[in-house]
Design a protein around this ligand. Structure first.
Ligand code: NAP
Length: 252
């Protein structure tokens, strides 16, 4: 039975692992940041590999036949490492790349390249900002302490932001539009800061902001390496089922 390593940390990675485990020896890899990750239903390894060298050594030791990058679209470092290791070791790679959201009529998006740029985009006048970014990124907003922040994360933000006015919510998606609508109204939010994660699970806040006429400061996706990829779990599983040779596809 062929061995597949799935780099995960997303709902789709878990779904893919559960689908492939019937026909392959699947291991799902998590970064180990979340304190109580969702049960995955397949063998899991946790924690960084120690850069691309560590990942290459892991693939060799475990005799992995196929590497699948199913990480979040903003997890650029592990995706770069995976592509580089695949190139150097010859282990085939496929990526599961969820498409980003596109603005539609009524959306008021301000695009920025980085979280730091998002801080500047809030401007100097005090605003009430909803930060739905993940706890790693929110520290950047200490540079603009004049705003009120509502910070939502899966695990607590520690230490708390060094700003005078911030509230914290612990929650794990999916988040439905009606609930997001109520949340934005309850906290009198006038700007949402978001990553362009794509998918349904976190789109509720975008739809709710549109309905309420609220601006969204949208942090653009980082550049990711070019590897053969699919947009959905089904499409990626089909690529494997159809005996696609990812090495040939990669053109190396
Ligand atoms: P990153 O900046 O690309 O990765 C930083 C380091 O974390 C990597 O160099 C690697 O350490 C380790 N790592 C990341 N993903 C890993 C995985 N699946 N298995 C083993 N090690 C992993 O990634 P990040 O943005 O910190 O994201 C970390 C994890 O959270 C990812 O699994 C991602 O799918 C998930 N996630 C991220 C976001 C986001 O917005 N960034 C949102 C939701 C979920 P070594 O170099 O030591 O191997």
């Amino acid at each position: 039975m062929k061995k597949i390593l799935i780099l995960g940390g997303t709902t789709e990675a878990r779904q893919l692992a559960e689908k492939l485990v019937e026909d392959f020896r699947v291991t799902l890899s998590l970064a180990g940041r979340t304190e109580s990750p969702v049960a995955q239903g397949v063998p899991v390894r946790s924690g960084g590999f120690g850069g691309s060298e560590g990942l290459a050594a892991y693939l060799k030791e475990t005799r992995t036949d196929l590497l699948i990058d199913a990480t979040h679209p903003y997890a650029a470092r592990i995706s770069a490492n995976a592509a580089q290791v695949a190139r150097l070791t010859g282990v085939p790679i496929l990526a599961l790349r969820r498409p980003g959201w596109e603005p539609v009529d009524g959306d008021r998006w301000t695009h920025v390249d980085t979280t730091g740029d998002a801080v500047h985009a809030l401007g100097s006048t005090p605003r009430r900002a909803f930060l739905a970014l993940g706890r790693q990124e929110v520290a950047a907003f200490e540079a603009a302490p004049q705003h009120h922040y509502l910070v939502r994360s899966v695990d607590p933000v520690e230490p708390k932001l060094a700003v005078p006015d911030a509230a914290y919510l612990l929650a794990r998606g999916p988040f439905r539009e009606p609930d997001e609508h109520a949340l934005l109204e309850e906290h009198r939010i006038d700007v949402v800061v978001s990553k362009n994660s794509g998918g349904e699970a976190t789109y509720g806040k975008i739809a709710a902001a549109r309905a309420l006429g609220i601006e969204v400061v949208m942090v653009r996706r980082p550049n990711l390496p070019e590897v053969p990829s699919a947009e959905t779990v089904e499409a990626l599983a089909a690529m494997i089922d159809h005996g696609l040779d990812p090495v040939a596809e990669r053109g190396v």
